[in-house]
Design a protein around this ligand. Structure first.
Ligand code: SAH
Ligand code: AVI
Length: 321
């Protein structure tokens, strides 16, 4: 499917026959340990809730990454002479503006290529960007970056691919390796990858970031059940599940789950499935891996990538100031 506006072209790889949600849910809820992948958080409501998470006092990653980009965007553009910016999991591209501003100021900016599962958010951001940067072309891809990297357009000039927000941390190790290998294959020798990851730190700071006092992360987590209710005609009682976010020190990652408050049975009409949850049973909805430089270098090496620069920022949860 293709949608064209002036200066905006959107291609979609998530057609009506896309049955990933149905498959993931059938597969994930019939395992001894229940799990559904985090890409299913991001319907319109999930994307809005994530936008709220980004400005929570406890959620330091967005502010930290923004401050890193503020310090280094100009130098990165000067070094790469980037004419096009490809952004995977682009979401609401607020931090991206720092890179696009630097490209505009250097006179190199030609094209922005956002890539996201959320069509609504992608289209909104495309419209915003063509207004902010007269002359820019936006080529958006609505797709799953685990499966549709081949939908990226041919490069038209020096290209930087950015993957920000720590989203790489949401992959399990095997999927992460496959994804990064695919990405390495899409990079020409002169292209660069700018990856934003969170780092290992005090577990109290980490756990606070995923258990905010206002309950926005809990609502974001439970929203996955609302997605299942709507898309798969399921009857999950959202109040029947607690939000649980713990730091796993051995795996160095946050582990985010929904815990059933009682013995309950859920019917998912759309996939003709009935599932039982025991009281206290947990459904994993997300992991969020925290890295060290050594670990990241090893992850890069196994994907055939080499690290050419490393920038860190101060993690400042506002609650601890
Ligand atoms: N890059 C932004 C948003 C991060 S939130 C930032 O740094 O703030 C993660 C984004 O990735 C969301 O917009 C979500 O819709 C998207 N996403 C998650 N899984 C995806 C997948 N498998 N394929 C494509 N986009 C995905
Ligand atoms: C998108 N991703 C990097 C966020 C994270 O921190 O892992 C998603 C998130 N989940 C709960 N809070 C934020």
């Amino acid at each position: 499917m293709k949608t064209a506006f002036k200066d905006i072209q959107i291609v979609s790889r998530l057609g009506a026959d896309e049955r990933t949600l149905a498959f993931d849910v059938l597969d994930g809820l019939t395992r001894p340990f229940k799990e559904i992948p985090p890409k299913h958080f991001y319907d319109t409501e999930g994307s809005r809730l994530f936008e709220q998470i980004m400005s929570l006092p406890e959620y330091y990653p967005t502010r930290t990454e923004r401050s890193i980009l503020e310090s280094h965007a100009s130098a990165l553009v000067e070094e790469t002479q980037a004419a096009e910016l490809v952004e995977l999991g682009s979401g609401v591209p607020t931090k991206t503006l720092l890179l696009l501003d630097a490209m505009r100021d250097a006179g190199t900016l030609e094209r922005y290529v956002p890539f996201d599962v959320s069509e609504v958010v992608l289209l909104e951001s495309a419209k915003l960007l063509v207004e902010r940067y007269p002359g820019i072309r936006v080529y958006g891809v609505v797709g799953d970056f685990e499966r549709h990297l081949d939908a990226l357009p041919e490069p038209e000039g020096p290209r930087v691919i950015v993957f920000l927000g720590g989203t790489i941390g949401n992959f399990l190790p095997g999927t992460r390796r496959k994804f990064l290998r695919g990405l390495a294959g899409a990079l020409r020798p002169q292209d660069r990858l700018l990856l934003g990851t969170d780092l290992v730190k005090d577990p109290a700071v980490l756990e606070a970031a995923y258990n905010d006092a206002a309950g926005v992360t809990a609502a974001f987590n439970r929203n996955m059940l609302a997605v299942l209710n709507r898309e798969l005609d399921a009857d999950f009682d959202l109040d029947g599940f607690d939000h649980v976010a713990r730091y796993d020190r051995d795996e160095e990652r946050m582990d985010i789950r929904l815990r059933s408050l009682a013995d309950q049975r859920v019917r998912l009409e759309g996939i003709d499935l009935e599932v039982e949850f025991a009281a206290g049973e947990e459904l994993r909805t997300e992991i969020s891996t925290k890295f060290t430089r050594e670990r990241l270098e090893a992850v890069y090496a196994e994907a055939g990538l080499a690290m050419s620069g490393w920038f860190t920022g101060l993690c400042v949860p506002r609650l601890f100031l």
